[in-house]
Write a protein of this length. Structure first.
Length: 365
């Protein structure tokens, strides 16, 4: 009898686990980031140790999306990987189209993303199929944001579009004459939208109609996506300057000259603004006057936009390291080499179903 019981227990254990299929990691908050080495990493928030990695066979420039308990990775070849965020195991793979550099956003069961094939897509999260698409006349590198029932984004055809989130029908569009592209992503502060252009101008548009309110001109292209904080629109330019402009009037409040151009999008918290620069530094600036509170040097330029979580600032650099720094003084908690140049902005998985991401899409938590 004892032998029989022992055999049953051993049989049950043998059925449950296999030496070829190790136990999944214990769920824990993590930072998720991709790079040009074609691998997506999940790193422990406390020490940067690797939890898992997954090869997507293409560069990852678009930031990861956590939505409905799944992790979505959009690649530079147009392939989309749907993963389990805790284990990194693939749930589904499908193709959208064109080079994808924009960051996706999601709402009410739909994932929204623009692509290099000049098309903006709404993807059904449950069916993993395209619900609707809208064709523009240029590649879409601008990440979208929401305004009421619309999804808003820019295109390389020098036009800003607002589409109905449910149907994909055009609500309005605003086109700029002359040279330029909207690679910057829009930020919304009701009732206005703010978006930069490679012609060097920041535009304020009425969110309901797309009508122009004001423009602010810098001396070089604006690739950095703006943020809106406390009545100010804040953004970087390729002219090496970092600007703070009044949202209502478009008048300059202050400007800070940094070491090189600013493509990274800023993150604001507790009267500080955090932004990366091509001069290798991550900066913390006073939001009132732009004075530098601290700066942290990395080994290469910074295009990745930072994300903040529980007093720590997380970001990537072209030196192939992911950094975790103290927001108060810039002291380093840890850095982790992921062996790939990092264009992608990281995402935080806090295990509560809330995505904590950078301001690259103008839709940060």
């Amino acid at each position: 009898m004892l032998l029989a019981i022992s055999s049953l227990l051993l049989g049950a254990c043998g059925h449950k686990y296999s030496s070829d299929d190790p136990l999944p990691p214990t769920p824990a908050p993590a930072i998720i980031v991709g790079s040009d080495n074609q691998i997506v990493y999940s790193l422990d928030l406390q020490n940067g140790s690797k939890r898992w990695e997954y090869n997507v066979h293409a560069a990852v420039i678009s930031s990861p999306l956590l939505y409905n308990k799944h992790l979505y990775i959009f690649t530079a070849t147009g392939n989309v990987y749907k993963l389990d965020p805790n284990t990194g195991k693939q749930v589904k793979q499908f193709y959208v189209g064109g080079n994808i550099t924009a960051t996706p956003i999601a709402d009410n069961g739909l994932i929204y993303i623009g692509a290099g094939d000049k098309t903006f897509y709404a993807i059904d999260d449950a069916a993993d199929t395209i619900r609707w698409h809208y064709n523009t006349s240029g590649a879409i590198n601008s990440s979208a944001t929401f305004y009421q029932t619309n999804v808003v984004f820019g295109s390389d055809d020098n036009t800003v579009y607002a589409l109905d989130k449910t149907t994909g029908k055009l609500t309005w569009k605003y086109a700029v004459t002359g040279t330029g592209t909207f690679t910057s992503s829009p930020a919304v502060s009701d009732p206005y939208i703010y978006i930069g252009n490679t012609n060097g101008s920041m535009y304020s548009l009425k969110a309901a109609s797309g009508a122009l309110k004001w423009t602010f001109t810098t001396s070089a292209p604006i690739e950095s996506s703006p943020i809106v904080h406390g009545g100010s629109v804040i953004f970087g330019s390729d002219d090496n300057n970092f600007y703070c402009v009044d949202t209502g009037t478009g008048k300059k409040l202050w400007v800070d000259t940094l070491g090189q151009r600013v493509v990274s999008s800023a993150y604001a918290s507790n009267n500080l603004i955090f932004v990366g620069c091509f001069d290798t530094y991550m900066y913390a600036l006073n939001i009132i006057d732009g004075r530098i509170k601290w700066k942290l040097s990395t080994g290469a330029l910074i295009k990745s936009s930072p994300v903040l979580y529980q007093g720590k600032l997380y970001f990537g650099s072209y030196d192939k390291f992911v950094y975790a720094a103290d927001t108060t003084d810039g002291s380093l908690y840890w850095k982790q080499n992921i062996n790939g140049v990092i264009n992608c902005s990281p995402t935080i998985d806090d295990l509560n179903g809330t995505q904590i991401n950078s301001s690259i899409s103008g839709f940060n938590n």
